[in-house]
Design a protein around this ligand. Structure first.
Ligand code: AQP
Length: 331
């Protein structure tokens, strides 16, 4: 029987944070056992803000090594670099004629990034959701696991798929968003009303997957907390709730279990405990990432195989799209 398809990606736009890990990669581990999974290093998305080319190349490999170190198994899923599969750009161009400027202008990420990069509001930044729709639709995806911040983009991918199917006949499977209740939005340690982002200018705001133990513990000790002294999930305690979410994700605890564990503890000890938990969990992942990165031959083999598998699946969809849309394909 054919398995349902899962698609997800992370941009190599910086060092991944524990937000990227908790909101996405961590959830992929179970999915790869059951679904046909495509996991990408979304480097084409990463050039929509100013970047250093040499660093982008390095970050792409580091991200791949990190995926594998976290438990993503290239034997069970298709792990590949987006730019190595040209159909992403080709389908994006085709879908550009189905997507409307007005809907792109309304996207929260576009508005946020336009504010942040006032001197570089480029077409790629605006087109980001169309490229993401192409990423997803190319593989006839059923499920797209993402953090809260990306749900709007999956909605647009669905709208584009439905619009294309209505206009040109059944072509794309319409994907569903998969957002996990726990950890869908990990927030900044310095401003818990804002999501944790790898491109945050304040390095104390996020914990990077490669931070060493002392750095991790220092960042948690400095994390902004709320008034009061109780440690519980509450809307008026965004700082404490965020730290609890991080703890639950790394320790595999439910909200109630975590609240019970910390009953009566002071904020200082609580923050130290969360920091130590994260540091303990990341240490083996970091060691494994370093080991994999050093094995260049293995890594390039994984990526060559991944690109080939992704290419084959993507070509099938793009052929269908070109046929439906009326592109001349030779006699
Ligand atoms: N803070 C977060 N909490 C939960 N999930 C998150 N994700 C990102 N931040 C959090 C999820 O991680 C996946 C990969 O994201 P991405 O790298 O493609 O882009 P992003 O969402 O824009 O992440 P960043 O860290 O904020 O990157 P920059 O700073 O480069 O824009 C997605 O599933 C996302 O939901």
């Amino acid at each position: 029987m054919e398995r349902n398809v899962v698609y997800s990606a992370v941009q190599p736009s910086g060092i991944p944070t524990i937000g990227n890990y908790i909101g996405s990669v961590r959830n992929w581990l179970a999915l790869q056992e059951e679904y046909a999974c495509y996991f990408a290093m979304a480097n084409m998305h990463a050039i929509t803000v100013r970047h250093d080319p040499a660093l982008l190349r390095r970050r792409t490999l580091e991200l791949c090594a990190l995926y594998i170190a976290c438990g993503i198994d290239p034997e069970k899923c298709t792990l590949y670099v987006q730019s190595q599969v040209p159909q992403h750009a080709e389908l994006c161009w085709t879908l550009n004629s189905v997507a409307y400027v007005g809907e792109m202008e309304r996207m929260t990420q576009f508005k946020d990034k336009s504010r942040k990069h006032e001197d570089n509001i480029n077409m790629g930044l605006m087109d980001y959701p169309v490229l993401m729709a192409a990423d997803i639709l190319l593989y006839q995806t059923d499920l797209v696991p993402v953090g809260q911040d990306q749900t709007q983009h999956v909605e647009i991918a669905r709208d584009i798929a439905i619009r294309f199917n209505n206009r040109y006949g059944e072509t794309f499977r319409v994907p569903k968003t998969l957002v996990y209740k726990q950890g869908a939005k990990i927030c900044s340690l310095q401003d818990p009303t804002k999501k944790m982002s790898k491109s945050d200018e304040n390095p104390n705001a996020c914990v990077f997957m490669t931070d060493d133990r002392d750095t991790i513990i220092r960042k948690f000790k400095r994390a902004v907390t709320d008034s009061g002294s109780e440690i519980n999930f509450s809307e008026d305690k965004p700082g404490i709730s965020n730290l609890l979410s991080i703890y639950c994700a790394f320790k595999n605890r439910t909200a109630e279990e975590a609240e019970r564990e910390f009953e009566g503890m002071g904020y200082g000890d609580f923050k130290l405990c969360v920091g130590e938990t994260v540091a303990d969990a990341l240490a083996p992942v970091q060691a494994e990432q370093t080991r994999i990165l050093a094995d260049k031959e293995y890594l390039s083999g994984v990526l060559a195989r991944g690109a080939e598998q992704a290419f084959r699946a993507a070509r099938k969809t793009l052929d269908k799209v070109y046929r439906k849309i009326g592109f001349y394909r030779g006699e």
